[in-house]
Design a protein around this ligand. Structure first.
Ligand code: NAD
Length: 333
């Protein structure tokens, strides 16, 4: 291999991944399966790790999502909306768990909050005095797209919080289309000769990012909260992520019934196997699980890297067979 090869490959991969990001995040029309995208992304990460002189803050490996589309009002996130690091194998999850304990400098077991990785679109919902005043997509992590009118049409997004809620709270979660609703929607669209969606994820992201909220209102979207962003200090928050999710639930926000607290890394492995077995029975599509260090103090000690928190990881499931064919092209993934 000549000396210029890694550089050429890095440039090639960056251009390809940037194009795929646009197709996926801006147009809601991916041209390659996620597993193929993930394979190229990892290749780029590996090349950048092996050749530090080729690293760049402009590389897609350092960025989140894609730029927000200008047709929407830009919304600056008060706290960045990040992505998640991925594990594809048990050994990668275990390496993550070992790294955590080394960083935390603890010999004790670390408790995790285990959650399904909902396959939809991330949203931020801002409540002031209990009322939903703003909703935004993740965008590039710093600036999202204002989709307040659209979010208001989602049936299980509360317009008014209940109970002892903070004066100002930003709720983060996933908007998705349940599998049955997605199948029904596509069957009807097909009968009417309209465009169908490639998968529930694209259906959710495409429906959420409509310029006319009456269109969004007709789409069977659903929301589950999975974290808090900025919160005013007038209400005491739990010091456990799991308990914070239940605080959100008390304020009227829906959370997944599959959220579980485990005492150690082995608990995460058991959770992975349990959810993996029941994957087909779930009402919504998931592409893996998300494992988050439960103690907020430990989360704060671990902090963030450029595009992801150090205290969480997405452990992805193997690609599903039918996802390997897109636009008639068969991908070897
Ligand atoms: P990601 O989907 O791997 O992880 C981050 C996202 O997970 C969050 O933004 C959130 O929306 C979601 N999420 C779901 N459940 C969650 C939970 N319980 N807690 C926290 N977050 C949760 O990362 P990403 O940056 O959104 O996207 C990267 C992935 O998207 C790639 O790995 C690939 O699978 C796919 N992608 C595919 C293409 C393509 O062309 N096919 C292009 C770009 C991205």
């Amino acid at each position: 291999m000549s000396k210029t090869d890694p550089q050429q490959r890095v440039e090639q991969l960056r251009a390809l991944i940037t194009r795929y990001n646009q197709e996926y995040y801006e147009l809601d029309e991916p041209s390659v399966p996620d597993a193929e995208y993930d394979r190229l992304f990892r290749q780029l990460q590996q090349l950048e790790n092996d050749n530090p002189e080729l690293q760049s803050p402009y590389s897609p490996t350092q960025k989140v999502g894609s730029r927000p589309v200008s047709a929407f009002q830009p919304v600056a996130h008060e706290m960045p909306m990040l992505s998640l690091d991925n594990a594809f194998e048990q050994s990668e999850f275990e390496a993550f768990a070992t790294r955590l304990r080394e960083r935390l400098d603890t010999a004790s077991a670390v408790a995790f909050c285990c959650e399904p990785k909902l396959d939809g679109a991330a949203v931020s919902l801002l409540y002031e005095n209990g009322q939903l005043v703003q909703a935004a997509t993740r965008g590039d992590g710093q600036t999202g797209e204002g989709i307040t009118a659209n979010a208001r049409t989602i049936r299980n997004v509360p317009l008014q919080l209940q109970g002892d809620y903070p004066q100002r709270v930003e709720v983060r979660g996933e908007v998705f289309m349940p599998v049955q609703a997605f199948d029904d929607y596509n069957a009807k669209a097909l009968a009417r000769g309209e465009k169908t969606f490639a998968n529930p994820r694209n259906a959710a992201a495409g429906s959420l990012r409509q310029l006319d909220s009456r269109v969004t209102a007709q789409r069977p979207l659903h929301f589950y909260a999975y974290s808090m962003g900025v919160v005013s200090d007038d209400v005491e928050l739990a010091n456990s992520h799991y308990q914070r999710l239940h605080q959100l639930q008390q304020w009227g926000l829906p959370i997944s019934a599959e959220v579980k607290l485990v005492n150690d890394a082995q608990g995460c492995v058991d959770y992975y196997q349990d959810i993996m077995q029941r994957r087909a029975e779930l009402r919504y599509e998931i592409d893996g699980i998300v494992l988050k260090v439960d103690a907020i103090k430990q989360q704060q000690d671990l902090g963030f890297v450029s595009r992801a928190p150090r205290w969480a990881i997405a452990w992805k499931f193997p690609a599903q067979e039918e996802m390997t064919v897109i636009n008639g092209v068969d991908f070897q993934v």
